[in-house]
Design a protein around this ligand. Structure first.
Ligand code: ITT
Length: 193
């Protein structure tokens, strides 16, 4: 079985290829880069928008999409579904991370609870399914380490004292929002393949 991944985020593509245990082909390899407008109001809605956009073009395939982000309750849930464009449309991972660090500093928060959410949507001839996963921890007002991607250098998972930028990649593989959502997605894939 192969699945087409409706994502152009390199960090996600690498993680999903390692976690899913089936052949994962980024949609760009088949269709080239497409602009998909993510105007949903939740991670789930945006994951469905992305999966459908690619499935409409590749109706014989199983398509999966990941919509994810980090939420900080002390900042009213920011950046949440806007994680990829927190510092503006087209902002880099570094710029988004720096913006979150600045927001924490503005509020005088050296560390504060935060959580990652991942919504996975699976579109195929069997219809659309979605799964979710979460990872709780804290964000700190500085970046440490260079592993992972996105906000990982400022995120300390619950039960650890180092950031995901510093911890061995195997840790994230075991406990991440994406790993949990994909465990459930695997159950769906088994049913529909
Ligand atoms: P695609 O839509 O092409 O998949 P994207 O980067 O635009 O790529 P999202 O809209 O889902 O994807 O935004 C997710 C953002 O949330 C991403 O850019 C990261 O900044 C952050 N993020 C999500 N999961 C993360 C993780 O595991 N580690 C660090 N940051 C993460």
């Amino acid at each position: 079985m192969r699945v087409i991944l409706a994502s152009s985020n390199k960090g996600k593509i690498q993680e999903i290829q390692k976690l899913l245990g089936v052949e994962v082909v980024p949609y760009k390899d088949i269709l080239g880069e497409l602009e998909i407008v993510e105007d949903g109001e939740s991670f789930k809605e945006n994951a469905i928008i992305k999966a459908k956009a690619i499935y409409e073009r590749l109706p014989d395939e199983i398509v999966i999409a990941d919509d994810s982000g980090i939420s900080v309750p002390a900042l009213g849930g920011e950046p949440g579904i806007y994680s990829a464009r927190y510092a503006g449309v087209g902002a880099s991972d570094k710029e988004n991370l720096q913006k979150l660090i600045s927001k924490l500093k503005e509020k005088g928060l050296e560390r504060t609870p935060a959580y990652y959410t991942a919504a996975i949507a699976i579109a195929s001839g069997s219809g659309i399914y979605t799964t979710h996963g979460w990872m709780w921890g804290e964000v700190i007002d500085e970046a440490r380490g260079d592993k992972g991607f996105g906000y990982d250098p400022m995120f300390i998972p619950e039960g650890y004292d180092k950031t995901l930028g510093e911890l061995d990649e195997d840790v994230k593989k075991r406990i991440s929002h994406r790993a949990k959502a994909l465990e459930l997605a695997k159950v769906v894939l088994e049913k529909i393949k």
